[in-house]
Design a protein around this ligand. Structure first.
Ligand code: SF4
Length: 449
């Protein structure tokens, strides 16, 4: 299986000298000598999709490029606040120059004049690695004025959200318009859209926001061309994807797979399968903000379209595994509690809906409500999408909605007996990785090339 991000194809090194000795920044230097429109066309032809929502990268670039103002911003979103996602940190800590070269290529293609590296204070190792890379790049005239004699000026500042002081904002402070609000000196609350950041973002200027994984793909495309990238993955999702596999599997970690690899291969062959020879009961392929797929349906290929066809979302690829024997009621309570805390309460429907689902699930867990609550919770879960101004409201009810549909027996068990079928998986006895603990910065995920 081809790997292009988490292995070293020639320039993925922490030190600039080593990276350059292996060809690092050569693709960027070559791109600087070409018309940026040509480079944008290469990215369009490559089919690269943003490694988050999956939007075509070139669309954002075109919008930013065509903006009327001279000042245009690039925000490198290294916040990675999605529960269970560790891929961007894996890249930054080990391949900071690949990310930086990608940022330069994005800025050049979209016509950006200033950059901001945005992260949470908890991700200090990644921040340190990237800052060191930027310092080295400035010394080598890869950042700053008149880069490599091209006449193009571009530099990057850092902005760090203090998630340790504001734990209830650790998720929403990674939403792209909330990032812009924070950088402008306000509370990190999402803005109404439109206008989208690419049209009018930071200080009202066209602003390109990309996460780290998206940027890290650009040096490879610049060096090897669009056909090279398209030769990997699927027609819908060319290239490779970073998947953070969490839960009780033998080999949890961050893995790079070609798009089109099946979920079964990822979970059983690469992540080593469920511990103690167990079986997968459910999996949320994109993390706790995405719908569950049943364990007997994991032969689905991983790409944005096929996962959507299977009823879920790929999102940031934080794959959450629930084994046989684990209760979906308990898992839903855990994630809904987290969503209830993380909702910023700007939108009445989002605030009310997350609270109602959480409180009703806790009553259901104790067996003090009847089966009519299944319909009530589902009704609220189906109502929430569209009741707010950011993507949070589209995601927060996905797990419970799918769990109610696919695993109604777990909910009926609680209604009838007030407990899980197997008490060993109660919240009190939890012993597995908890995706929602990430907001405290205390969990780490192994990196597995
Ligand atoms: S949808 Fe929810 S999280 Fe998003 S802005 Fe509204 S209240 Fe905040």
């Amino acid at each position: 299986m081809q790997q292009i991000l988490l292995t070293d194809p020639g320039y993925g090194e922490v030190k600039l000298a080593k990276a350059r000795a292996k060809g690092g920044y050569e693709a960027f230097a070559a791109a600087l000598k070409r018309n940026p429109e040509e480079w944008l066309e290469t990215v369009r032809t490559s089919g690269l999709r943003g490694r988050g929502i999956g939007w075509p990268v070139h669309n954002k670039w075109s919008t930013v490029r065509s903006g009327a103002t001279e000042t245009k911003y690039l925000i490198i979103n290294a916040h990675e606040g999605e529960p269970g996602s560790f891929k961007d940190r894996a890249l930054l800590e080990r391949f900071p120059h690949k990310v930086l070269e990608g940022a330069l290529l994005a800025a050049w293609g979209a016509g950006c004049t200033r950059g901001i590296y945005y992260t949470d204070v908890a991700h200090d190792d990644a921040l340190e690695a990237f800052q060191r890379a930027m310092d080295e790049a400035r010394e080598a005239n890869l950042l700053g004025d008149n880069i490599l004699g091209s006449g193009w000026d571009f530099d990057i500042k850092t902005s760090v959200f203090p998630g340790d002081k504001y734990p209830n904002y650790v998720y929403i402070s990674g939403e792209e318009t909330a990032i812009i609000e924070f950088i402008e000196g306000r509370r990190p609350l999402p803005r109404n859209k439109p206008p989208f950041p690419a049209e009018a973002g930071l200080y009202g200027k066209p602003t390109l926001v990309h996460n780290v994984e998206t940027l890290a793909h650009l040096p490879g495309i610049a060096a090897n061309g669009a056909p090279w990238f398209r030769a990997m993955g699927t027609a819908e999702t060319p290239g490779t994807l970073l998947m953070s596999v969490m839960g009780p599997v033998n080999n949890p970690g961050v893995f790079e797979v070609e798009a089109g690899t099946s979920l079964r291969t990822l979970l059983e062959d690469i992540a080593g399968g469920v511990i103690d020879g167990g079986k997968v009961k459910a999996v949320a392929p994109g993390g706790p903000g995405t719908a569950f797929i049943k364990g007997d349906a994991i032969d689905v290929p991983i790409d944005y379209s096929t996962i959507a066809s299977a009823g879920s979302q790929l999102s940031v690829g934080a794959t959450w595994v629930i084994p046989e024997g684990m209760c979906l009621v308990e898992e839903c309570i855990k994630i809904q509690r987290w969503y209830e805390r993380m909702c910023c309460r700007q939108c009445a429907g989002c605030g009310m809906g997350t609270s109602v689902i959480y409180s009703n699930l806790t009553d259901l867990r104790r067996g003090v409500v009847g089966t009519e609550y299944l319909d009530y919770i589902m009704d609220v879960a189906e109502w929430i999408p569209g009741q707010g101004i950011c993507d949070f409201v589209e995601r927060c009810s996905q797990p419970v909605k799918s769990a109610l549909t696919l695993f109604s027996e777990d909910f009926l068990q609680h209604i009838n007996e007030g407990r899980c079928a197997d008490g060993s998986y109660s919240l009190v006895n939890r012993k597995f990785f908890d995706p929602t603990a990430q907001d405290h910065g205390e969990q780490d995920m192994p990196y597995r090339p």
